[in-house]
Design a protein around this ligand. Structure first.
Ligand SMILES: *Cc1c(COP(=O)(O)O)cnc(C)c1O
Length: 438
């Protein structure tokens, strides 16, 4: 069988195998890789969905992308090792449920993508004897998920670029206290600077000549694919036959694009809601038809403070750059910090369920939609992180203290180790060229 090919959304680079796309991260033309053919799951798969465990669903959903690259038994082992925590659908009120994606080791949904990608890359490089250097920009949660996913994986060095003073203390501690093959670079700038540095590095000839560089940002196709698994699992857990609407708190739009993949694979999702904080360039695009990237604004849902979302290129590609087509599947919705705080407090007081600031944006967007929806739907918002990761924001809103999970407590007591760097590319470049590598 021919191996799964992927193409660049910019269409200026040749198609490559999905294996090469995973190992290189980004095509040379600066686009993003997309699968040339999205496997459709056979119709009868859906009638059996409810008989499968989450891991079994993940294997069945993911394997068709890698069938010619990874033997099925290895793929199964890889999925079982990567996705070794649950994703329960928790009903909150009539027609509103939270899909909790916060039960992984770093307590945020990025564990799904990062752990799957780390194991897949490690499988791919096992036969080769060169080291991989992974660069990743983080606005908070990606850094810890990637760091934990790759910790002590042989042959892989990880550099995490994060904006100084712009991530919470807990987030910072989760990726600056690990050591081993993980190095945290504290950039004097904002998240967009970090993302820009990473993108520039991939197109820099000197760096690419001396290092085998790859990306672990949500631009890597190996992060995207596992982010479709839990949409299937949520669907399997809804048992009332109502069509699902997913409200996805979004920043770089990798999570939402994972849902779009699930829909293209055949999952009957009625509607997506692109839920943003005031960094609302995608909701604005859906409203006006114009995409205007801009500097990000700091909010309490800081993992969504993105002014130029990278996965937007994939969304455009999936809808042939036609805003009319995109509007049929995706609604936009954006919320302020005050509204977010109010929602956290109100839901806590009414139901005893504590949302984090990101999930709360998803909740607000879902409620807004349900208020005007013309049919009975199963409303699901993705609860993307544990509220304890945002203690400073959440605790003042409720009348009790938050239980801090042990995993977080340990990180908080460990010592931060990071290397300060300016936001100039030359500084990053000379640092990377000075590190020992094969
Ligand atoms: C990264 C992140 C988001 C945004 O996800 P994207 O895939 O970048 O849209 C939302 N919530 C939390 C907690 C995150 O860490």
């Amino acid at each position: 069988m021919r191996t799964m090919q992927v193409y660049s959304t910019n269409r200026q680079s040749p198609d490559v195998s999905i294996r090469e796309a995973v190992l290189t991260g980004m095509p040379p033309d600066g686009g993003l890789y997309m699968p040339a053919k999205i496997p459709r799951l056979a119709g009868d798969s859906f009638t059996h969905l409810k008989n499968y465990s989450f891991q079994e669903l993940a294997v069945r959903t993911g394997f068709p992308f890698f069938a010619e690259e990874v033997p099925e038994t290895e793929f199964r082992e890889l999925v079982e090792a990567a996705i070794n925590f649950p994703a329960p659908l928790v009903p909150l009120e009539e027609d509103v449920s939270a899909l909790e994606l916060l039960h992984g080791p770093t307590l945020a949904f990025k564990d799904f993508g990062a752990r799957f990608m780390a194991r897949l890359m490690s499988f791919f490089i096992r036969q080769e004897d060169h080291a991989l250097t992974i660069l990743v920009a983080t606005s908070g949660d990606t850094g810890s998920a990637v760091a934990h996913g790759f910790l002590r994986v042989p042959g892989i060095e990880v550099y995490i670029l994060y904006p100084k003073n712009k991530v919470s203390e807990i987030q910072e501690k989760q990726f600056t206290t690990l050591g081993h093959n993980i190095t945290a670079l504290e950039i004097d700038g904002n998240f967009d600077d970090c993302q820009h540095l990473v993108k520039t590095a991939f197109t820099d000839p000197d760096l690419n000549n001396s290092l085998e560089l790859t990306s672990a940002n949500s631009i890597n196709i190996a992060r995207l694919i596992p982010q479709s698994f839990y949409y299937f699992w949520a669907y399997a857990q809804c048992d009332d036959g109502k069509p699902p609407v997913f409200s996805v708190p979004s920043g770089n739009f990798g999570n939402l694009t994972g849902g779009l993949l699930a829909k293209r694979m055949g999952l009957p999702i009625r509607q997506f809601i692109a839920a943003s904080n005031v960094n609302d360039v995608v909701p604005a695009y859906l409203r006006t038809g114009h995409f205007t990237p801009r500097d990000s604004i700091e909010t309490i849902s800081n993992a969504m403070d993105v002014g130029n979302p990278s996965n937007f290129a994939r969304m455009l590609d999936l809808y042939d750059h036609d805003v009319g087509k995109m509007r049929k599947d995706i609604l936009g919705s954006s919320w302020t910090d005050d509204q977010t705080r109010q929602a956290i407090r109100e839901v806590w007081e009414r139901t005893g369920y504590l949302m984090d600031p990101h999930g709360a944006v998803g909740y607000l967007a879902l409620r807004e939609h349900l208020a005007t929806a013309r049919e009975d739907v199963a409303g699901i918002f993705l609860e993307t992180a544990h509220p304890a990761k945002f203690l400073e924001t959440v605790e003042p809103l409720i009348d009790t203290g938050i239980d801090i999970p042990d995993r977080l407590e340990e990180a908080l007591h460990a010592e931060k180790q990071s290397l300060p760097l300016s936001n100039r590319f030359d500084d990053l470049k000379s640092f990377l060229l000075s590190t020992p590598h094969q």
